[in-house]
Design a protein around this ligand. Structure first.
Ligand code: UDX
Ligand code: ADP
Length: 472
C-alpha cells in the first residue's frame, strides 16, 4: 500500500480548491499542490483575495499556504512529484454535438488524464473528484494504460465530493460520509486503502464508505438527483398551496416531522440553481436514454422541468400582479447568487428571472452582497446577439446595497436568501417609504414574515402561500 506523502490536485475551482486546502489543513505530513492552467485563478489563490468566497476558507488557506499547501500553474512538476492525483476539472454540459444540452463534456477530464499519462515517470493513484457520468473511470483507465510503460502502474479511484457551496469548509471538516470507489482488484483495493488513510487523519473510520467504482460514480449523480427531486416535489406542492390556501412551510414541516422523510431539502423556493443539480440530472437522463431506459429518463427529466416551471410561474405571478405589465417599471432584485453565502451564480434562478424582466422592458436594479458586477453582466448577456452588453447595461443597474436597489422601485423581488434581507436585518419601512405605490414585494425564498411586512403597507406575495390563507 502507498503511504501518500504528496498530493497533486488538477483544477483549482470550487471543488478542488477547498477540498485539497482542507486535506493540507488536516494532514501536515502531506504536501498538497493545487494546479490549474488558469494563471489568474492561481494568482488569486496566492493572493489575499481568494478567487472564491466560502466561509472559513481563508482561515484554512492562510494557515497552510507556503507550508504544505501550494498553488501553481506548473502542472507537470506537480504530477511528477505526486503519489496521488485528484482530477477536479470542470465537466460542463455539452453545448454542441452528440448529447448537446444533456451529456457532460469530458474534454477537460480527458485532457488532464492524457497529461498525467504523458508526464508521469512513476506509478500513481489517480482519483476522479469531478462529478462524471457512470463509467468515466473506464475511459481514464484506458487512456492511462495505453500510455504507461512496463514499470509504471496507474490505479483509478472514484472519490466524489459531496460538499455544498456556502458550507464547503464545514462539510469537508465534518462530512456525513466519504465515498471511495475502486476496481475490485488487489492493487485497486490497496489504492482505496491508501486514500482512506488520508481521510482517516480527521474523518471517523465508520464514515468512510468503500464501494466498487461504478457504484461510487453513480452514487454522486443519484444523491444530487434525489436532493433536487425533493425540492421539485415541494415546489410542485407550493403551486397547490397557492391555489388552495395551504401554507407550504406548514406542509413541509408536517411532512418533515415524519422520521422516514426528514426535514431537510424541503424548503420551497423560486427554483434550485448551482452547478450540480441540473447538470447531474441531465447527465442521468442522458445515461438512461443511452441505456434504452426511456421511462427512467422521463422520470428524472421531470425534476428539471418542474424547476423551470417554478421559475416561469414566479415571473408570471409578478407580471400579472403588476397589472399585467412591467414595461418601464423598476424591479428591484435582491440576491443574484444561486444560494446564500456564496458568490457563485451558476444556474442561479436570478438569471432566468432577470432575463425575463428585461424581455418585458422593465428596468432591473440588482443587489447581491457577494457577486461581482462583471459576473452579473456576463450572466445576462445573450451569446451571439449584437450589442448584447450595451443592451444589458441599458436594462439593469447594479447597486451597492438593498436600499439603493429598492429606491423608486415598483416591486421588490427576493431571489437569494441572504441573512441580511431578513425582516429584522433590513429596514423594510425605509424601503417602503422610498418605493412607488402600491409597493409590491415578492418573496421567492419564504424569508419574510408576511404579516409584519403587510403591516407596513406592502402588497406581498410569498411562494407557496396564499394571500387569503386562514381567512376562510
Ligand atoms: C449540491 C449538493 O447539496 C452537494 O452535495 C453536491 O456536492 C453539489 O450540489 P450546492 O449546489 O452547492 O450543493 O447547494 P445546495 O445547498 O444543495 O443547493 C442547491 C440549490 O437548491 C440552491 O439554489 C438552493 O437554494 C436550493 N434549495 C436547497 C432549495 O430551493 N430548497 C432547499 O430546501 C434546499
Ligand atoms: P468545479 O466547480 O467542478 O470545481 P470549476 O470550473 O470551478 O469547476 O474549476 C475547474 C478548474 O479546472 C478550472 O479552473 C479550470 O481552469 C481547471 N482545468 C481544466 N482542465 C485543466 C487541466 N487539463 N489542467 C489544469 N487545470 C485544468
Amino acid at each position: 500500500m502507498v503511504d501518500v506523502k504528496s498530493i497533486c490536485c488538477i483544477g483549482a475551482g470550487y471543488v478542488g480548491g477547498p477540498t485539497c486546502a482542507v486535506i493540507a489543513y488536516k494532514c501536515h505530513d502531506i504536501k498538497v499542490t493545487i494546479v490549474d492552467l488558469n494563471q489568474a485563478r492561481i494568482d488569486a489563490w496566492n493572493s489575499d483575495k481568494l478567487p472564491i468566497y466560502e466561509p472559513g476558507l481563508e482561515e484554512v488557506v492562510f494557515d497552510r499556504r507556503g507550508k504544505n499547501l501550494f498553488f501553481t500553474t506548473d502542472v507537470d512538476a506537480a504530477i511528477l512529484e505526486a503519489d496521488l492525483i485528484f482530477v477536479s476539472v470542470n465537466t460542463p454540459t455539452k453545448k454542441t454535438g452528440m448529447g448537446a444540452g444533456m451529456a457532460a463534456d469530458l474534454a477537460y477530464i480527458e485532457g488532464a488524464t492524457r497529461r498525467i499519462a504523458e508526464i508521469a515517470t512513476s506509478s500513481k493513484i489517480v482519483v476522479e473528484k469531478s462529478t462524471v457520468p457512470c463509467r468515466t473511470a473506464e475511459s481514464m483507465r484506458t487512456i492511462l494504460e495505453a500510455n504507461s510503460t512496463g514499470s509504471i502502474h496507474f490505479d483509478i479511484l472514484s472519490n466524489p465530493e459531496f460538499l455544498a457551496e456556502g458550507t464547503a469548509i464545514k462539510d469537508l471538516l465534518n462530512p456525513d460520509r466519504v465515498l471511495i470507489g475502486a476496481l475490485q482488484t488487489p492493487t485497486g483495493l490497496s489504492a482505496q486503502q491508501s486514500l482512506a488513510n488520508v481521510y482517516k487523519h480527521w474523518v471517523p473510520e465508520d464514515r468512510v464508505i468503500t464501494t466498487n467504482l461504478w457504484s461510487s460514480e453513480l452514487s454522486k449523480l443519484a444523491a444530487n438527483a434525489l436532493l433536487a427531486q425533493r425540492i421539485s416535489s415541494i415546489n410542485a406542492l407550493s403551486a397547490i398551496c397557492e391555489a388552495t390556501g395551504a401554507d407550504v412551510d406548514e406542509v413541509a414541516y408536517a411532512c418533515g416531522r415524519d422520521s422516514r422523510l426528514g426535514s431537510k431539502f424541503l424548503k420551497a423556493s423560486v427554483g434550485f440553481g448551482g452547478s450540480c443539480f441540473q447538470k447531474d440530472i441531465l447527465n442521468l437522463v442522458y445515461l438512461s436514454t443511452q441505456l434504452n431506459l426511456p421511462e427512467v429518463a422521463d422520470y428524472w427529466h421531470q425534476v428539471v422541468l418542474m424547476n423551470e416551471y417554478q421559475k416561469k410561474r414566479f415571473v408570471r405571478k409578478i407580471i400579472s400582479t403588476l397589472f399585467n405589465t412591467i414595461t418601464n417599471k423598476r424591479i428591484a432584485v435582491l440576491g443574484f447568487a444561486f444560494k446564500k453565502d456564496t458568490g457563485d451564480t451558476r444556474e442561479s434562478a436570478a438569471i432566468t428571472l432577470i432575463k425575463d424582466f428585461i424581455q418585458e422592458n422593465a428596468h432591473v436594479a440588482i443587489y447581491d452582497p457577494k457577486v461581482e458586477p462583471e459576473q452579473i453582466y456576463m450572466d445576462l448577456m445573450e451569446p451571439g446577439v449584437v450589442d448584447t452588453r450595451k443592451q444589458v447595461e441599458k436594462s439593469i443597474s447594479i447597486c451597492g446595497d438593498a436600499y439603493e436597489a429598492c429606491k423608486g422601485a415598483d416591486a421588490v423581488v427576493i431571489v437569494t436568501e441572504w441573512d441580511e434581507f431578513k425582516s429584522d436585518q433590513l429596514d423594510y419601512q425605509r424601503i417602503y417609504d422610498n418605493m412607488h405605490k402600491p409597493a409590491f414585494l415578492f418573496d421567492g425564498r419564504l424569508l419574510l414574515d408576511a404579516a409584519q411586512i403587510r403591516e407596513i403597507g406592502f402588497k406581498v406575495h410569498i411562494i407557496g402561500k396564499n394571500e387569503l390563507a386562514g381567512t376562510a
